[in-house]
Design a protein around this ligand. Structure first.
Ligand code: DHB
Ligand code: FE
Length: 280
């Protein structure tokens, strides 16, 4: 049985990755944000996961508008950083965990979640920025990574409820695994932000705070938030928060909030970082 050592909720703002890659973390704009990461990095160093399952969305990097899987699982040995227009980020190639990934695929699909199987996939800022946030700039990522990609780019994305149930199914799969890997599940993206049209720059701290509070203590209620509420209250890209519900579903019903950091602004986004452990 794989052990779920914790869950991480983490925004994936590309400018955060660029600040790290270009050595700008001490600049006045960035220093207050990066100061908030130390505690989270200490936590993950102590947990020392064997595998991180990173629930993220592809931003038309691996998938174009030609094919848009709702849920896609990365089964490959490795996943290179995607070229998003400025060349690939100078970060290590992500090492996968095909054995566990294939187990998850089988378990999830037999559990009636129709997952797209992906044998080759570059990974964009949606996945690499949360790794940089948590691990800094190592020579190699200290953990294997299984990418679990969710469509939140093209309407209709899956509901929060479906994402929460997917997290619970992921947990059943991990519980049934023969190995004893230590696993951390990441839910990435969000919090409130809107990158386009009249409301570009929209941020809603009250929505984000309530989302984080209730994700901890009443996830079933958070899972009922409809798409239109995300759109109105968290901006057009706030829908990325449904991916945090996959992470929350993979943890047991009662969790302990180990760490929360929020920061405003990072680029156009109210940045969130949340670490949860199961209540024993
Ligand atoms: C920003 C945030 C995102 O989640 C994203 O995918 C791209 C850009 C931003 O705030 O700039
Ligand atoms: Fe995004």
């Amino acid at each position: 049985m794989a052990r779920v050592a914790g869950g991480v909720g983490c925004s994936h703002v590309p400018a955060v990755g660029a600040a790290i890659d270009k050595g700008r973390t001490e600049e006045p704009y960035w220093a207050p944000y990066f100061a908030k990461l130390d505690r989270a990095r200490r936590w993950i160093a102590e947990v020392d996961p064997d595998v991180c399952i990173v629930v993220y969305n592809d931003h038309a990097s691996a998938f174009s508008l030609e094919v848009i899987p709702t849920f896609a699982l990365g089964l490959a040995d490795e996943f290179p950083p995607a070229d998003e227009g400025y060349g690939p980020r100078p970060v290590p190639v992500v090492q996968g965990h095909p054995e566990l990934a294939w187990h998850l695929a089988e378990s999830l699909i037999l559990d009636e979640f129709d997952i797209t199987l992906v044998n080759e996939m570059p990974v964009d800022h949606g996945l690499t920025v949360p790794l940089s946030v948590m691990f800094g700039q190592p020579e190699a990522w200290p953990s294997a990574v299984i990418p679990l990609c969710v469509n939140v780019v093209q309407y209709p994305p899956p509901t929060g409820h479906r994402c929460y149930r997917l997290g619970q199914a992921l947990r059943r799969a991990l519980d049934a695994y023969e190995g004893d890997e230590r696993v951390v599940v990441f839910g990435t993206g969000g919090m409130s932000h809107q990158l386009q049209s009249e409301r570009a720059g929209f941020i809603n701290v009250d929505f984000d705070t309530a989302f984080l509070d209730h994700l901890v203590d009443d996830p079933e209620a958070v899972a009922t938030i409809p798409h239109l509420d995300y759109l109105r209250d968290a901006g057009s890209e706030g829908i990325e928060l449904v991916m945090w519900l996959v992470m929350r579903g993979a943890l047991g019903p009662r969790v302990r909030e180990v760490y929360r950091a929020t920061h405003l602004p990072t680029s156009n986004t109210h940045n969130g970082l949340l670490i949860l452990e199961e209540e024993s």
